[in-house]
Design a protein around this ligand. Structure first.
Ligand code: NAP
Length: 260
């Protein structure tokens, strides 16, 4: 007889976008350890295939890589269709893929503004648009959107990024209210700076990467950056039945940054 899957997400099917690196990969690995079947979605096939290989090697669990650009409706529709065709359902959707922008409101050009919104906001909208009908038909589901603490506090040279993540928080609340009586929970994550390839890119652009890193750490009340695992742990809570009465929340994972 096949061994029963164990864990807080046993038997659940989770789609995670941006699963080829950073926070998305940490979510994919943690969810798989907790018994979920994981669909790792992202733009770069090699990265998401690597996440799937890591899941299989570590947990022996089922996982599928689906190449998809979250800003393209046909890609997101196919990501959902392939998930349902292969696994029959979608219990958890983590709209995690995102891009940054390091310009003030005067410097940022319309094309960059639109690209940030296409990935960070339209990507979340499209994921919900195509996954929700399946979740509603099966009687419920949990959506977790990766926003940022910069949705809640301002930061210099982040005009498009702050605005886009603010929109993610607002859409999260709207969806939570719309579907609360139909078994759908929708929450978002608001992390401070997370030590992922995202930060590696920030540092690579800095004139003095060591000093820049120190400055980022000193800004944090706990004296360190968040880890991808810190954020994945919050996502696991929101995805699991432990959070059965939690919807519409913007969960801050910032080591106290926004409490100052
Ligand atoms: P990351 O390592 O750069 O991961 C971002 C992922 O998103 C990559 O795997 C990337 O894949 C994918 N992606 C980007 N554009 C995409 C698109 N159009 N379609 C599909 N996938 C796309 O950075 P991370 O730190 O894990 O970021 C994950 C999320 O956390 C983002 O939404 C970000 O805004 C948010 N966040 C990050 C921080 C931080 O300091 N790191 C803080 C707060 C919030 P490709 O490389 O293949 O494009």
């Amino acid at each position: 007889m096949a061994e029963q899957a164990r864990g807080r997400l046993a038997g659940k099917v989770a789609i995670i976008t941006g699963a080829g690196s950073g926070i998305g990969r940490a979510m994919a690995l943690l969810f798989a350890r907790e018994g979920a079947t994981v669909v790792a979605a992202g733009r770069t096939p090699a990265s998401i295939e690597e996440t799937v290989a890591m899941i299989r090697a570590e947990t022996g669990g089922e996982a599928l890589a689906v190449a998809a650009d979250v800003a393209i409706p046909a890609d997101v529709e196919r990501m959902v269709r392939e998930t349902v065709a292969r696994f029959g359902r979608i219990d958890i959707l983590c709209n995690n893929a995102g891009i940054g922008s390091s310009k003030d409101v005067v410097a940022v050009e319309p094309d960059e503004w639109d690209r940030v919104f296409a990935v960070n906001v339209r990507g979340v909208y499209l994921g919900c648009k195509y996954a929700l009908p399946h979740m509603l038909a099966q009687g419920g589901g949990s959506i977790i959107n990766t926003a940022s603490v910069l949705a809640l506090v301002g930061a210099p040279e982040r005009a498009a990024y702050c605005a886009s993540k603010g929109a993610v928080v607002a859409l999260t609340r709207q969806i939570a209210v719309e579907y609360a009586d139909r078994g759908i929970r929708c929450n978002c994550l608001c992390p401070t700076t997370v030590d992922t390839p995202w930060v590696d890119r920030l540092l690579a652009d800095a004139p003095d990467p060591v000093a820049r890193r120190r400055a980022l750490e000193e800004r944090q009340p706990m004296g360190r950056l968040a880890t991808a695992e810190d954020v994945a742990a919050a996502a696991l809570y929101l995805a699991s039945d432990d959070a059965a009465f939690v919807t519409g929340t913007a969960m801050v994972i910032d080591g106290g940054l926004s409490a100052r």
